[in-house]
Design a protein around this ligand. Structure first.
Ligand code: T68
Length: 798
């Protein structure tokens, strides 16, 4: 946008005066942040408003991305960057003597998501606007985001994240006039009407008022503003009488109160099912109403509307779309079904069987009686359609209702025209294994869309030093055209340049070290290798394998204090789902090993272990630029894609990885010499499953290193963790090490030794790092979303 610094300063002072009746030098950082956010909203209000009108008036096909999670983190800098005024504002703040970073830090991290899935949804919102595509988000305005993690005596404690405070979210705009009603519970009877169709009659339903809050999604320097719509629940005025007690009201308000802190396995909770339906129903009713404003026939709705189901949580979009078309607008089943399948598409984010969402029929029927009827009908028609054409077993495995459970992935696949995985390997495994039965029926529905990241946030915003360095070498064009990063390869043998990148990394490490010192009281040496694993805590992600190696190093140094090794700092950040016992025990042990190691002077600072509490997007922005080694060590075949792996590489960290998820594509991008791969591949893992021949106890008994390391959990070396240590010992030895840590251990140790050796060769290491940065452009979410736009949604973009 066109703006001079002087004009901005006038606008900003004005805004502060009006919002808070203060002068700039008397204002608090929070007031400055709020005023700046208000000002941004003012700057974009015209394109934001016009965008909605244009799309309705011009008959442009629009994609609606439904996700139960959106994880944008802080939005101030992204918004300023995308408006093209980040530098100007920073500069202006210097002129008026305000520390810009303090203003940035006054913003709360918007954490309406658990991890990768939610972050990806937020990234796609930015990318949709950036490629100028008509793509809007639909989600839930949770009052409490993902819990805040505190560590007390080494244990994870969960605290509520009341991110909305008393004044709400500065970026949102409430739209009470666009509220709609959503019905749950009650009984439904179908009566035949004059046209021979059935009309539902609801007896005693609970009626909810869904109120939207809109958040602008600003495209990168292109004038486009899309919308993210988050729904909040209220009690409709007409129903007020029914909810006299606080208790009664709370039952309703609870619906949008909390984000389920569950990142993989699924706990059936009726509240969650209501959340899913609430969001989907409110969103789809609105979409259909808006479509009707074009004056077009409802049976052609698929020509202007695409609905995306991000993981199965919004899968009720399929029966709800059918319900609205049939019950509210009288479309016949066949036409409604034809449109539904063309409108819907679905992304799968996991192959862990326990994470595939299923609902108990009785619960489902009670909460969503009409939707249950429709799902039943979809299921019977499906079975009828495929019977005789496919073996009975395949039909049984793919139908929606089986063993008194509703299988949400099956509903999403049958009810849509596209199902995609999130990395090549992941899609291959869906096709060959997890969803193979479906693949035989609908091969044409399957496609891959490898995840991507908002490269601007993970370079320009979180790593300004590196970004300036890149500018010096290849100019600034890469900031808007990420593929130009490739030009950095020209400097791969330029020692001066390599040294400069090394120094940039060191500066970032010092910044992180200062944070660690301040928050944890632990002193870190910026010349040590910063070896980082940050992600949700889950057995398959194998933080425990990392810990086993740390314990090995501990014994190596204890045995031989003169051992020649580059000092190493292991950094962890990870939240565990509150009910996930094993994951919480791993956190406890990481912290106790940290205590053991950090307080042992005989290790002479060769080894440090840090667990940074409350890992979130904001903390990631500090940690990732300061990392030398990116730990991506999941059991092959288990991590659908990973996205932090992409963020690390773009910040010049070397990936230490198994051949899993997008690690494989990172390897393809950088070449075998610029990544460190270890461990079993997927075939080898599957081989164990087939042959049932894995024997963890044997490895433990026969390999003295493994033996000693595993025994450390139960021999009293690690203090204050007897029961957790035993639990981990049992998981590895008595329960046969489900994720093959012991089998991969040696190869991991060797890979770590190799890292140690090459780090000594500063030039070689820096070459690897630069190669990673130069080849990170292919993981831009802008490119990923272009493929969604072209190959799944058929929507236009710039
Ligand atoms: C992640 N999934 C994948 N799930 O694990 C990761 N699950 O490999 C991938 O890169 C990422 O999705 C993006 O595709 C998740 O993050 C959840 O958070 C989740 C939340 C609720 C229920 C189940």
């Amino acid at each position: 946008m066109e703006l001079t610094k002087e004009q901005f300063i006038r606008d900003f002072k004005d805004q502060l005066h009006r919002d808070f009746i203060v002068k700039i030098n008397e204002s608090t950082d929070e007031e400055r942040f709020l005023a700046l956010a208000h000002l941004i909203k003012k700057y974009i209000s015209t394109p934001w408003l016009e965008r909605r009108h244009d799309l309705v008036e011009e008959d442009v096909k629009t994609a609606y991305y439904f996700s139960i999670e959106f994880l944008p983190g802080r939005m101030l800098e992204t918004n300023l960057l995308n408006l093209g005024i980040l530098d100007l504002v920073e500069d202006a703040f210097k002129d008026v003597d305000v520390d810009f970073s303090d203003v940035v830090n006054a913003e709360k991290d918007m954490a309406l998501g658990n991890g990768g899935l939610g972050r990806l949804a937020a990234a796609f919102m930015d990318s949709l606007a950036t490629i100028g595509a008509p793509g809007f988000g639909n989600g839930i305005r949770y009052k409490y985001g993902l819990f805040k993690q505190k560590i007390v005596d080494g244990y994870q404690i969960e605290l509520p994240d009341a991110w909305l405070g008393t004044d709400g979210n500065v970026w949102e705009t409430k739209k009470p006039h666009s509220a709609v009603e959503v019905k749950i519970y009650g009984k439904v009877y179908l009566y035949p009407n004059k046209e021979g169709n059935f009309e539902p009659f609801y007896e005693d339903p609970t009626i909810l008022r869904a109120v939207p809050y809109d958040i602008a999604q600003i495209g990168f320097q292109n004038g486009v503003v899309n919308n993210l719509r988050l729904w909040d629940v209220e009690i409709p005025e007409s129903e007020e009488d029914k909810y006299r007690t606080i208790e009664d009201r709370r039952k309703i308000e609870d619906i949008t109160n909390i984000l389920y802190p569950d990142d993989s396995s699924y706990e059936g909770k009726s509240l969650r099912l209501i959340q899913e339906y609430f969001m989907v129903s409110a969103g789809l009713q609105t979409i259909i109403k808006n479509y009707l404003k074009t004056g077009k026939d409802l049976k052609d709705i698929h020509e202007l509307v695409a609905v995306h189901i991000n993981d199965t949580h919004p899968a009720l979009a399929v029966p709800e779309f059918m319900r609205i078309l049939m019950d509210d607008y009288g479309v016949v089943w066949e036409d409604a079904w034809n449109s539904t399948v063309k409108v819907m598409s679905y992304t799968n984010h996991t192959i862990l069987a326990e994470a595939l969402e299923k609902w108990d029929c009785n619960l489902f029927k009670e909460i969503l009686p009409r939707i249950y009827q429709i799902v039943n009908e979809i299921d019977s028609r499906y079975v009828e359609e495929v019977s005789g054409k496919f073996p009975g077993k395949i039909i049984e495995n793919t139908r929606i209702i089986r063993n008194e459970k509703i299988h949400m992935a099956n509903l999403s696949i049958i009810g849509g025209h596209s199902v995609n995985g999130v990395a090549k390997l992941h899609t291959d495994l869906l096709i060959s294994d997890v969803l193979n039965d479906f693949y035989q029926i609908y091969p044409e529905k399957f496609n891959n869309k490898t995840n991507g990241i908002i490269v601007r946030r993970w370079s320009q915003i979180s790593n300004p030093l590196m970004s300036d360095e890149i500018d010096k070498l290849i100019g600034k064009e890469w900031r808007s055209d990420i593929h130009q990063l490739k030009n950095l390869e020209k400097f791969i043998t330029d020692e001066k340049v390599l040294n400069e990148f090394y120094e940039v990394k060191k500066e970032n490490k010092k910044k992180l070290a200062a944070y660690v010192k301040e928050t944890q009281g632990i002193e870190l040496n910026p010349d040590a290798i910063f070896d980082v694993q940050v992600k949700r805590l889950h057995a398959y992600k194998r933080q425990l394998l990392n810990l086993l190696h740390i314990i090995k190093l501990y014994w190596d140094i204890k045995d031989n204090p003169d051992i020649d090794m580059v000092p190493r700092v292991f950094i962890f950040g990870a939240k565990a789902a509150p009910g996930y016992r094993f994951a919480k025990s791993v956190i406890k042990l990481i912290n106790e090993v940290a205590n053991l190691v950090n307080n042992d002077e005989s290790l002479q600072d060769k080894l440090k272990v840090v667990f940074l509490p409350n890992y979130n997007v904001t903390l990631a922005e500090l940690i990732i630029p300061a990392s030398d080694v990116s730990e991506q060590i999941s059991t092959a075949g288990k991590e659908a894609s990973g996205t932090s792996n992409m963020k690390f590489m773009m910040n010049g960290a070397i990936t230490l990885a198994t051949l899993d998820g997008a690690n494989i594509e990172i390897k393809d991008a950088v070449g075998d010499d610029n990544i460190v791969i270890f461990g079993m591949n997927t075939d080898e893992v599957y081989d164990h499953y087939e042959k049932h021949d894995y024997n963890a106890r044997k490895l433990y008994e026969e390999n003295p290193t493994i033996n000693r390391v595993v025994n450390t959990f139960i021999d009293g070396t690690i203090l204050n963790s007897q029961s957790e240590g035993q639990e981990i010992y049992d998981a590895l030895i008595r329960h046969n090490d489900e994720y093959f840590l012991l089998e991969d251990f040696e190869s991991y140790v060797n890979a770590q030794k190799y890292i140690n050796d090459i780090y000594r060769d500063k030039i070689r290491w820096s070459q690897m790092a630069l190669n990673n940065i130069a080849n990170s452009g292919r993981f831009s979410a802008d490119d990923t979303i272009r493929l969604y736009a072209e190959e799944i949604w058929n929507i236009k973009h710039n």
